[in-house]
Ligand binder design. Structure first.
Ligand SMILES: Nc1ncnc2c1ncn2[C@@H]1O[C@H](COP(=O)(O)OP(=O)(O)OP(=O)(O)O)[C@@H](O)[C@H]1O
Ligand SMILES: [Mg+2]
Length: 330
């Protein structure tokens, strides 16, 4: 088995709002292998961004990590502060956000922003930093990097801004790149190009990618492993190919059956999962998917939420009544 580069262990992160405690992340464990892509898949409000921010110790007030550990290789990074934390962020773990335009400083040419990222961490002359910044911009498929570098963010398209953000994030060859919905603000053709650039980074530099998305197609295209998240917990995880072929949690199964497929009559409406996610400030003790679950048993109403349990090598599911596939194999 390939070694882990980033390990999240039983992470809990809550927001202490005046209206109550929003339990956004409740005991999440993840294992990102070196040079691989792990996707966190889940609908809006499931807690995906909260995990990413908690990993980098960037949770905004009133959010707090209330339990668990994050390890980068052998080192626990959950409790790092000050200079040590700054060195890990950017240098070893970098993050790109959903909205590229607001992630950039509007009053600085983008080239300067790439250079600043480099000089904040490496002792390079201005000339060397400039050379390196043009190199990373060129690597991101920007054909005239000098011209792009001289521009302000508002001069650039969304796709170009996202490329610049990725260039900033990857300028120092971080070990881990956390990409939070990196393409959902972009149109489809640009989306595909950005995903290709990310994949190239992974192949060229061995960057390990934690990819956050609500898009099944993005997972299928990019990820080796997937963790499906629902209402603050992982409900299913495993090799993406296995999970897609044999979804065992009723939630994953429902998500996959909603996917438009070429073999399905496109004029028929897609089935949708009825109901909504529970309010994370009032999470029930039992399975959070219960009110929407077509396979619920009386046990599901009586017992606490089921723990993640192994159903096949490397494939785990949190369900008392997982989906059984018709080929007889579990
Ligand atoms: N600053 C905050 N204060 C209070 N609650 C918050 C804050 N940020 C997030 N939350 C809550 O935490 C929960 C998880 O939010 P999060 O942003 O992690 O979800 P997400 O899976 O990233 O959703 P999306 O797909 O929409 O980005 C939500 O219920 C959200 O309302
Ligand atoms: Mg989010």
């Amino acid at each position: 088995m390939t070694e882990s580069v980033l390990r999240v262990q039983d992470l809990q992160a809550h927001f202490f709002t005046p209206e109550g405690v929003v339990k956004a992340v409740n005991g999440v464990s993840l294992d990102l292998r070196r040079g691989s892509t792990l996707a966190i898949l889940g609908e809006s409000g499931a807690g995906k961004t909260t995990i990413a921010l908690a990993i980098l110790n960037l949770l905004p007030y009133p959010g707090r990590i209330v339990g668990g550990h994050v390890f980068l290789e052998e080192r626990e990074i959950t409790a790092l502060k000050g200079e040590e934390l700054r060195r890990v962020r950017g240098r070893e773990i970098a993050m790109i956000f959903q909205d590229p335009v607001s992630g950039l400083n509007p009053v600085l040419p983008v080239g300067v922003q790439v250079e600043e990222m480099i000089t904040a961490h490496l002792r390079l002359s201005r000339k060397e930093a400039k050379r390196r910044s043009l190199e990373v911009l060129a690597q991101m498929g920007l054909s005239d990097p000098e011209q792009v570098a001289s521009r302000y963010p508002f001069h650039l398209s969304g796709g170009m801004c996202q490329r610049v953000m990725i260039a900033i994030a990857t300028a120092l060859n971080p070990k881990v790149l956390i990409a939070d919905e990196p393409t959902s603000a972009l149109d489809v053709t640009i989306q595909a190009a950005i995903l290709r650039e990310l994949e190239e980074l992974r192949c060229r530099h061995g960057t390990s990618i934690l990819l956050i998305t609500h898009d099944l197609g993005v997972v299928a295209q990019m990820a080796k492993q997937v963790a499906v998240m629902y209402a603050g917990s992982i409900v299913e995880s495993g090799e993406a190919a296995e999970v897609f072929q044999r979804p065992r949690h009723p939630y994953t199964w429902a998500l996959l059956s909603m996917r438009p497929r070429p073999d399905r009559d496109q004029r028929k409406p897609l089935p949708s999962i009825q109901g909504t996610q529970p309010n994370l400030a009032e999470l029930p003790e039992e399975c959070p998917f219960l009110p929407r679950c077509p396979k619920a048993l009386s046990r599901c109403r009586q017992e606490p939420a089921p723990p993640l349990t192994r159903v096949a090598p490397g494939h785990t599911v949190a369900c008392y009544n997982p989906v059984v596939h018709s080929d007889g194999q579990a």
